[in-house]
Design a protein around this ligand. Structure first.
Ligand code: GLU
Length: 288
């Protein structure tokens, strides 16, 4: 099967150097996979309150400026259009229905703030850890099967994780990974109360529909990968291969993405930066 990778920017702001480095790395993976490899750009603009069309347009421009090219995407079309998540609601609804029918998900009136208050953060030192949904709040299996649309529940929908099971995968860059369901991560969101599909559901639905063979993204999403593996399994689908790139840190060892002043590509471009020099620094780092 020819390699199919993807670039999946979220247009909630300007892309910065950390994004550029991860996307450039994704392009390198695709190039290394041979002449028939394809790279897909998918705009992850599901959250209408936080995503803006001008950021989406800027993302495409900035990525082109830094030298990235894609074979399918919102601006170039392709066999799996539309490539904007905001236009793919039916794809997500179908996945939601299958998960509901299989008893894998349930509606839950508790808010994320409730979970935050009730839960002990599992590993304080791990900044990607989320508070664990308390298992005693879970309704019995089968609850929600009679609900015909996710919005009808007026509740968050969560995926019931197999408590105690170690979910493992081998990452092309980070090596063997393992997270224990119920202690490293808990029941996670698949559809939000405001009737927006959650990231984990949308990304699995799209990576499957777009026939992605390898997911390349930042290492902050390692834990999301095991959630996504559970969704793939529930649907009876084979997951793609995984490759998580280490995140770009600033001089104080802080993640670029978490800094408000992280250098945006737009600012670099406006300031006359040379994109080839930027790429050369990525390539040097990779060679280390
Ligand atoms: N859209 C996500 C982000 O910008 C990336 C999701 C993914 O690659 O799976 O963080």
């Amino acid at each position: 099967m020819p390699y199919r990778g993807r670039l999946a920017p979220t247009p909630t702001g300007r892309l910065h150097l950390g994004h550029a480095r991860t996307f450039w790395f994704a392009q390198q993976r695709a190039r290394a996979a041979g002449a028939d490899a394809r790279l897909i750009l998918r705009m992850e603009d599901l959250d209408a309150a936080r995503c803006h069309p001008e950021f989406a347009a800027a993302a495409l421009e900035d990525l082109r400026w830094i030298g990235l090219r894609w074979n399918e995407g919102p601006d170039v079309g392709g066999p799996h259009a539309p490539y904007e998540q905001s236009k793919r609601q039916e794809v997500y609804l179908e996945v939601w229905q299958r998960l509901r029918d299989g008893g894998f998900i349930y509606p839950c009136a508790r808010s994320r703030a409730d979970v935050q208050r009730a839960a002990q953060a599992p590993h304080a030192e791990d900044e990607d850890a989320e508070p664990i949904y308390p298992a005693e709040w879970r309704p019995p299996t089968g609850i929600g099967r009679e609900i015909s649309t996710p919005g009808q529940a007026n509740a968050n929908w969560r995926f019931r994780v197999p408590d105690g099971e170690t979910v493992a995968f081998t990452d092309a860059l980070c090596g063997p990974q393992a997270f224990v369901a119920g202690s490293d991560f808990g029941d996670f969101l698949v559809w939000r109360r405001d009737d927006v599909p959650a990231y984990e559901l949308a990304v699995v639905a799209d990576d499957y529909a777009m026939a992605i063979t390898e997911v390349v993204r930042g290492a902050d999403l390692l834990r999301s990968t095991v959630r996504q593996i559970l969704i793939f399994r529930a649907l009876g689908w084979t997951p793609p291969a995984w490759c998580h790139a280490p995140l770009l840190l600033d001089e104080n060892g802080k993640r670029m993405a978490k800094r408000h002043d992280a250098l945006s590509l737009t600012a670099l471009r406006a300031g006359g930066a040379d994109p080839d020099k930027i790429i050369a620094t990525f390539a040097r780092e990779l060679a280390k």
